[in-house]
Design a protein around this ligand. Structure first.
Ligand SMILES: Cc1cc2nc3c(=O)[nH]c(=O)nc-3n(C[C@H](O)[C@H](O)[C@H](O)COP(=O)(O)OP(=O)(O)OC[C@H]3O[C@@H](n4cnc5c(N)ncnc54)[C@H](O)[C@@H]3O)c2cc1C
Length: 380
């Protein structure tokens, strides 16, 4: 088995496989992804599948817009069906404070060229007929947002990367890292590997990987629970988000309604067990916005990890301490939707030293020291 590569990527989630593909496409042929379990076994395979361009910070908005542009042609490029569906995102506001913040967001997003607008309760009801609009003041609406299957997108990138010569070694756990002159020695439970370029795409475990080579990557894992109901007739097309109530929900192609929520009481940790508390609380929140759908029956619930940074924006690019050690982590619950652009940018950075969208503001050094943190506000 080959163990000497030009580039090794730790993690076989959406970031790992999309970066493998973009590197191979950019001309690097000798690439390997190391994944301790199977593809999409981490957060990727547990996520809600949504992609949206409606953010409060410019870096996230730019990355998300570039990602959606990329996703629009992804099935043709990768030769794989992904259930890509632009059903839009409706984000509802419940208070005057939220309306004021949404107006600011929309002005910034429109300045960057996004097709997004504020809509009143009546228009919101036309878009999502089951919504109880007496609970909302306004909403924002972007018709080119949508959702996609995380499993199919991961497989699409992985197959395409392999066709270009990349290798993917599953059931291979990275246990230690060392660097001597220009060579990284990557210790695994299957023996040592070597490479010159190393990518940390370990998701919620990015901090652990960084610590193996004394680099602090401040990403903290938080459990995030989610459920799906029985399939029912088509109810609506978009993802609906309420930051005020703390939920997101969309309907799958087969009719199941997926819903998840943020829990401010969730401690840092890597537990991905399911809780009764979530099932009750999720049901309460959902029926607050959709009282007519109280009869929907839950068929499955599960949990995954949000990989949070202090400003809820990703950590991208090189680090100061170790040359050629690249980071793509800390997506704070939004990595699936940012991966299509981020993977391209990482390949650009490695092969040309520049990126077509600036990512300097997302360097890990912003999270160290006493600088003020400009936090992304649009997070459930
Ligand atoms: C409930 C839930 C809902 C979400 N909804 C959305 C959504 O709608 N839209 C969206 O864009 N994002 C969503 N997310 C976030 C999204 O899932 C993540 O941001 C994204 O999957 C991160 O991808 P990744 O490749 O960085 O990490 P992961 O998918 O976690 O991949 C990292 C991989 O690294 C591997 N690994 C870790 N340590 C090692 C090691 N030592 N050796 C080898 N391999 C290792 C892991 O096994 C894992 O497979 C959601 C997340 C959750 C939990």
């Amino acid at each position: 088995m080959k163990t000497r590569f030009d580039a090794i990527i730790i993690g076989g989630g959406i970031l790992g496989v999309s970066i493998a593909y973009e590197l191979a496409k950019a001309g690097l042929k000798n690439i390997c992804v190391l994944e301790r379990h199977y593809l999409a076994s981490g957060s990727t395979g547990r996520c809600g599948g949504g992609f949206r361009q409606q953010w409060s910070t410019e870096p996230n908005t730019r990355l998300a817009m570039a990602s959606v542009k990329r996703l629009e042609g992804i099935e043709a490029e990768l030769g794989y069906q992904t259930e890509f569906f632009q059903g839009g995102y409706l984000i509802v506001a419940h208070s005057d404070e939220e309306v004021a913040q949404f107006r600011k967001n929309v002005a910034m997003q429109q300045r960057l060229g996004l097709d997004v607008k504020m809509v009143g309760p009546d228009q919101a009801r036309e878009i999502v007929p089951h919504l109880d609009v007496s609970k909302i003041k306004m909403a924002t609406w972007c018709p080119t947002d949508g959702h996609i299957s995380p499993f199919l997108l991961t497989q699409a990138y992985a197959n395409a990367a392999k066709r270009l010569g990349a290798e993917i070694h599953l059931w291979t756990t990275v246990t230690g890292l060392m660097k001597k002159s220009n060579t990284f020695f990557v210790m695994t439970d299957k023996g040592p590997y070597e490479c010159n370029l190393l990518f940390n795409c370990a998701g919620s475990f990015a901090r652990t990987i960084g610590s193996m080579i004394n680099v602090d990557i401040p990403v903290d894992p938080y459990r995030h629970e989610i459920l799906v109901t029985e399939p029912v007739e088509r109810l609506w097309n978009p993802m609906v988000i309420s930051f005020g109530i703390g939920l997101y929900t969309r309907q799958e192609k087969n009719g199941g309604v997926v819903m998840g929520m943020g829990d401010p009481n969730e401690p840092v940790g890597t537990c991905v067990g399911s809780s009764m508390h979530f099932m009750y609380e999720m049901s309460r929140r959902f029926t607050t916005l959709f009282p007519k759908l109280a009869g929907l029956r839950i068929v499955r619930q599960w949990a995954g990890l949000y990989e949070m940074t202090a400003d809820a924006q990703p950590i991208l690019g090189p680090v100061d301490e170790v040359e050629n050690f690249y980071q793509a982590s800390g997506f704070s619950g939004h990595g699936l939707m940012l991966a299509p652009a981020v993977s391209q940018l990482m390949a650009e950075q490695v092969t040309t030293g520049r990126t077509s969208i600036p990512i300097d503001d997302l360097h890990v050094r912003r999270l160290r020291g006493a600088q003020a943190v400009h936090r992304e506000k649009s997070v459930v």
